[in-house]
Design a protein around this ligand. Structure first.
Ligand SMILES: Nc1ncnc2c1ncn2[C@@H]1O[C@H](COP(=O)(O)OP(=O)(O)OP(=O)(O)O)[C@@H](O)[C@H]1O
Ligand SMILES: [Mg+2]
Length: 136
């Protein structure tokens, strides 16, 4: 099964909708609540990152027999240094974004923590793609 959710850039009135719909879908499918919790956190952080740091993108939810995948991909600007971006506390968020409560530099480490398998790929000026796998 495959579901796709679009995320637009800097739209704070719709930010959080994709992850909340992902949560609903997983509940309807009767997935274990701890797995839903981890998937929802990962989806939320990935969604906010796309809204805040990218030019827009999407999250694809794929559900298989024994695992689910969340694929979050956007259309740039990409991440210059992935090792830095993965560090707790590292953030390029602007003052305005920080005033809205984002920019602690916790999102990516949190996504990794919620994942059984985690992959991050990025090409500067092109895209960022996260692949999160949670075993069911
Ligand atoms: N989709 C993305 N596109 C471009 N840069 C990104 C993307 N996601 C993350 N980054 C970069 O990686 C940094 C770290 O991301 P992370 O989610 O850990 O922290 P944050 O978004 O800055 O703060 P928080 O998630 O705690 O609100 C960001 O500040 C940004 O520089
Ligand atoms: Mg973040």
């Amino acid at each position: 099964m495959k579901f796709e959710y679009t995320i637009s850039k800097m739209n704070f009135s719709t930010a959080g909708e994709a992850s909340s719909n992902i949560k609903k879908t997983l509940k309807l499918l009767g997935i274990d609540s701890q797995k839903i919790r981890r998937a929802s956190i990962a989806a939320y952080e990935a969604e906010i990152n796309i809204a805040i740091h990218s030019n827009g993108g999407k999250i694809i939810l794929v559900i298989d027999k024994d695992h689910l995948d969340l694929i979050a991909e956007d259309c740039g600007p990409g991440i210059a240094n992935i090792d830095d971006a993965m560090k707790v506390g590292y953030s390029t968020a602007t003052h305005e974004i920080r005033e809205m409560g984002f920019g602690a530099g916790m999102g990516l480490p949190n996504i990794k923590k919620c994942s059984d398998k985690f992959q991050i790929e990025s090409e500067l000026g092109e895209f960022t793609r996260l692949t999160v796998t949670i075993y069911l």
